[in-house]
Design a binder for this molecule. Structure first.
Ligand SMILES: Nc1ncnc2c1ncn2[C@@H]1O[C@H](COP(=O)(O)OP(=O)(O)OP(=O)(O)O)[C@@H](O)[C@H]1O
Ligand SMILES: [Mg+2]
Length: 294
């Protein structure tokens, strides 16, 4: 099982859209997937639309045992191949730093349990962690549990500084708590390819982060919002815009799976046969544009 955290420093840049897009690509590829909704807003849960559960991720983070997991994980309305570890408003209470910081490993423990003894059906090949819009305790839990992390950003003026701070957070967790954690890349969302401003911002990101910026950006398409509103995987939404977005998510998924060389959990089947790609440890980050040129 490969576990990928989807995070950003800012709200509303497309974390949930990316988490759902990757889940949709995984479903199309036939990879059994778990989406864990760490956001108290519960947007991923709303679009995946599982049946009511007696427990939520908030309960799992407090008590990461099998009985609680069994009550907090449900199949999505998309397919029995995509399960949801459901989000809830109560997660907000777990986002502030507290004395029980040992709980930061509880999501990791829960995923270990699911990996070792699947609840039902085939084992998961992929777990996607949709983070809230902050680098608080919930995102920290996700980074402790993850094999890799995707940073989502929009091509705007503050993208470089936001990505830099998020990459530093990944570095910190890697150094202190999760040595296997890798940055799978910086993913630009809501690209309008004809916008000079967007092209300029992407060039700026590449100057600072080089190959860490994913070659594929997610275009800004109305179909994304339509599919989410209809609780549908983007791959099932039949419009040219949706198909374009779906294709980019296929590429993002392939890149994530290729990055999994030394994850905590062994990789599965066909994924293991894919050649390695240089997503390695987080590179040293240029602090200023001048540093970047040196
Ligand atoms: N590529 C896109 N094209 C069109 N609309 C998009 C795209 N990406 C995201 N959106 C829309 O932008 C809004 C915010 O996206 P999303 O909820 O994925 O962001 P988020 O980072 O998860 O937000 P939050 O920080 O609140 O969790 C949503 O309405 C979503 O449908
Ligand atoms: Mg979200």
């Amino acid at each position: 099982m490969h576990t990928v955290a989807v995070l950003s420093l800012k709200g509303g840049v497309g974390k949930t859209t990316v988490a759902l897009g990757i889940a949709s690509a995984a479903l199309r590829r036939g990879a059994r997937t778990l989406v864990a909704d760490l956001d108290p807003q519960g947007n991923a849960t709303a679009t995946l639309d599982p049946p009511y559960t007696d427990a939520t991720l908030a309960d799992v983070l407090a008590t990461p045992v099998r009985d609680v997991l069994r009550q907090a994980v449900a199949p999505s309305a998309w397919s029995p191949e995509v399960d949801v570890l459901v989000g809830a408003e109560e997660l907000e209470l777990l986002n502030e730093p507290g004395p029980e910081d040992d709980q930061v490993g509880n999501l990791s423990r829960a995923l270990d349990e699911l990996h070792e003894r699947p609840l039902r059906g085939r084992p998961y090949e992929l777990a996607i962690l949709d983070c809230p819009p902050s680098l608080g305790r919930l995102t920290k839990s996700a980074l402790v549990a993850a094999d890799s992390a995707i940073l989502v950003t929009e091509p705007t003026m503050y993208a470089v500084s936001g990505a830099q701070r998020a990459l530093e957070a990944i570095e910190r967790i890697r150094d202190e708590l999760n040595p296997g954690l890798k940055a799978a890349g910086v993913l630009v969302n809501r690209l309008r390819p004809r916008s000079h401003e967007h092209q300029f911002r992407i060039a700026e990101l590449r100057e600072s982060f080089g190959g860490l910026v994913m070659p594929t950006a997610i275009p800004d398409r109305l179909a994304v919002q339509q599919a989410q509103g209809a609780c549908s995987p983007i791959h099932d939404w039949h419009s040219p815009g949706a198909q374009e977005v779906a294709l980019t998510f296929n590429m993002v998924l392939a890149k994530i799976l290729r990055s999994n060389r030394a994850g905590r959990h062994r990789i599965d089947r066909d994924v293991a046969e894919t050649p390695a790609e240089s997503t390695g440890p987080v590179p040293r980050i240029a602090r200023t544009a001048d540093d970047a040129r040196r």
